[in-house]
Design a protein around this ligand. Structure first.
Ligand SMILES: [Zn+2]
Ligand SMILES: [Zn+2]
Length: 184
């Protein structure tokens, strides 16, 4: 068993591949591309941005920090089908707890009803939420996961800028030929 390179979700079988890297699904694989770009950003730039996010206010409730990554784990089943997933999100501890508790109840209610994976995954996801709730990232310093997500966000912005640069915007109308040269 390996862990998803992006979300740290457990991959029992299958998943999505990008060369040597394993991911739980295509969404995680696409994020993995960003991961590679992110690793090429200047380290001190990423660390500065990470600290700013960590000390900033919660993007969900606008409450006070520290802000870090809290991952909620879910599973649901329908007879022979079982679907499990992990959802990291940047928020304050309170919002993280709420999501994890919600996902725990969701999994407890809907996880069991699949054979055989529902029975395997339900306790697993419940325990992982529980661990996340009782053992949050340390308050003093941003976690490595937060730094990774912030770096990926910067990489995404960079990629979007490059994309918009590749297709130049509509040319502004030329100034009338009578305007004096160098006027600004
Ligand atoms: Zn994943
Ligand atoms: Zn919050």
């Amino acid at each position: 068993m390996t862990l998803c390179k992006y979300c740290n979700g457990l991959i029992v079988f299958g998943g999505s591949r990008d060369g040597e890297l394993r991911f739980c699904n295509d969404t995680c694989r696409q994020s993995g591309v960003l991961l590679r770009n992110a690793s090429q950003l200047p380290v001190d730039f990423v660390q500065r941005r990470t600290r700013a996010v960590h000390e900033g206010s919660c993007p969900r409730c606008e409450g006070v920090g520290p802000i870090d990554v809290h991952t909620a784990h879910r599973v649901w089943s329908a007879l022979l089908a079982t679907s499990w997933s992990s959802h990291p999100a940047i928020s304050c501890r309170r919002c993280g707890l709420k999501r994890q508790a919600g996902s725990m109840l969701f999994s407890l209610g809907l996880g069991w009803w699949g054979i055989p994976w529902g029975i395997v995954w339900t306790p697993m996801q419940v325990i992982r939420n529980f661990i996340g709730m009782v053992k949050p990232p340390p308050r003093g310093v941003p976690s490595a996961t937060l730094e990774r997500l912030v770096a990926m966000d910067l990489a995404r912005q960079q990629l979007e800028q490059e994309k918009s640069g590749a297709i130049p915007p509509v040319q502004p109308p030329l100034p009338p030929p009578t305007s004096p040269p160098g006027a600004s």
